[in-house]
Design a protein around this ligand. Structure first.
Ligand code: GLU
Length: 482
């Protein structure tokens, strides 16, 4: 069997929603599991939809997620060019070949005629849109006359009028349609541009693609593609149509709805690896219980037969959970590196970043939530003294004030400003007073952060804020409690 070659063929729309990225992943894995070739092809024939810089978004996304292509616009192989709009001559040639062989035909119908046809279809209560094959049987003379006069034309596929066309999809199984239901679709537009319906077949064949993975919205057109393969006498690829990624039970994820794009997720503080891992599981079930996969493990375990047939619903909670697993597994240095862009504004106020990060790591599910967790470092929030009430520690505003008054001179004279040293001094004092450590340390945390949800206990916070700020905040707290 031929070496596996797959392609990811995005249209450059300036945006990669997670469904597209999932297709890219499954396509990549199908090639790599077989030690095959993964190709990137840019499908930009719909010039109206073209967006500047969109190709860069595609490159960036695939590069960041590690879905590196073996051949593509910037990595020419033997079957280029890899940008569809640079392949124009090729499509015309193959379309003309079909015309010569009587498997396609010139259609000279004007816009007005097609509009009129549609209006008549509506009036007659027929299904609207299907071309009525007006030009299918024009005489040789009529055709030549039109061509001579430069009448614009499109080239249409001549569908068999009888019989059935069938194909097998790896996910959806055997599919069979009546040929009478297939429209004589346009292959080449009047400006010489191919339609997607034509270009995908020509390109996939010429690029030696063995497995075509794409969204199931193309499933219903695949019989027409298969007929094109037959017309040319080419072997069709293995078809793997993937169910859509849904926002909920009714709505597909889509760019139009502003739904999760890869870029948005990264900006919110999801890790690329986690997003990819989540997408792997969104519509594919592994053979075992394992849930966290490195890219190499994905490649090793990949089996396209395990793609689920039912639509996948995008589950933000599950994505969070996976992101959290990835964050927990980072080394302290890696964590600090990833967290840095989200901490920029606070850095001048943080006196011990390593300690802060150590406390943040087990508490962070998504990096984008860090600013909320550390906002108190820059500015003490205006908090309610009720926060000093803690049943377990047996504290309340009155006892808290006493505790802070004990801590203030103690901390002022503490030279060694480390969590251990501060803790030792506090513990010593608590023992001397025969009270629990918490009686001193709990109010300290509140006085320093103004919230119960802090990244670390009182002694860590003191070190993160530094001695000067710590003393200042305790003084303010005593004032507030007075
Ligand atoms: N350019 C098409 C899209 O972005 C690709 C479809 C295919 O993979 O054949 O939807």
């Amino acid at each position: 069997m031929a070496k596996t070659r797959t392609r990811f063929a995005p249209s450059p729309t300036g945006y990669m929603h997670v469904g597209n990225l999932r297709t890219a992943l499954y396509t990549f894995l199908t090639a790599k599991h077989d030690n095959g070739t993964f190709i990137l092809r840019i499908e930009d024939t719909d010039q109206g939809r073209k967006v500047d810089g969109a190709v860069d978004v595609i490159y960036k996304t695939l590069t960041e997620t590690g879905l590196l292509w073996d051949e593509g616009p910037d990595k020419p192989g033997e079957v280029g060019p890899y940008v569809q709009s640079e392949r124009m001559g090729i499509f015309k040639e193959w379309a003309e070949k079909l015309v010569t062989e009587g498997k396609a035909y010139y259609c000279f119908c004007t816009e007005e005629r097609l509009e009129k046809m549609k209006a008549e279809q509506i009036a007659a209560g027929k299904t609207v849109g299907s071309y009525d094959r007006h030009c299918r049987d024009l005489s040789k003379e009529e055709i030549e006359e039109n061509l001579k006069n430069g009448v614009p034309y499109v080239i249409r596929q001549k569908m068999p009028l009888e019989g059935k066309t069938s194909f097998d999809d790896l996910i959806y199984g055997h599919i069979e349609v009546d040929n009478s239901e297939l429209e004589d679709q346009i292959l080449l537009k009047s400006d010489g541009m191919p339609t997607y319906n034509f270009a995908n077949v020509i390109d996939d064949h010429l690029m030696g693609i063995t497995h075509v993975l794409r969204g199931n919205e193309y499933l219903s057109s695949t019989p027409k593609y298969n007929l094109l393969y037959q017309s040319f006498g080419w072997e069709p690829p293995v078809y793997i149509h993937c169910p859509p990624v849904m926002k909920d039970a009714h709505q597909k994820l889509s760019k139009r709805n502003g739904d999760a794009s890869y870029q948005d997720l990264v900006a919110k503080g999801y890790m690329s690896e986690a997003v990819l891992n989540y997408l792997l599981l969104l519509g594919w079930s592994p053979a075992g219980e394992k849930e966290i996969f490195s890219l190499q493990e994905m490649i090793d375990e990949w089996d396209p037969q395990r793609i689920c047939k039912s639509p996948a619903i995008f589950d933000p909670l599950k994505l969070r959970h996976i992101n959290f697993e990835y964050i927990k597994a980072l080394s302290p240095e890696e964590f600090a590196q990833h967290a840095k862009p989200f901490m920029e504004e606070y850095l001048p106020y943080i006196k011990d970043n390593a300690l802060l990060c150590k406390n943040l790591q087990p508490r962070t599910e998504v990096f984008g939530e860090i600013p909320e967790q550390i906002a108190f470092i820059k500015e003490m929030p205006d908090y309610d003294v009720e926060l000093y009430i803690n049943k377990k520690m047996k504290t309340d505003p009155v006892s808290a004030k006493q505790s802070l008054e004990i801590l203030l001179p103690l901390l002022k004279e503490t030279e060694e400003w480390t969590p251990d040293a501060i803790f030792a001094r506090c513990a010593e004092k608590a023992a001397e007073l025969e009270i629990k450590n918490g009686k001193l340390l709990y109010p300290l945390g509140i006085a320093l952060a103004g919230t119960q949800r802090t990244p670390g206990g009182g002694t860590d916070l003191a070190v993160i804020l530094g001695k000067e700020t710590t003393v200042e905040r305790i003084e303010k707290a005593i004032e507030k409690l007075s």
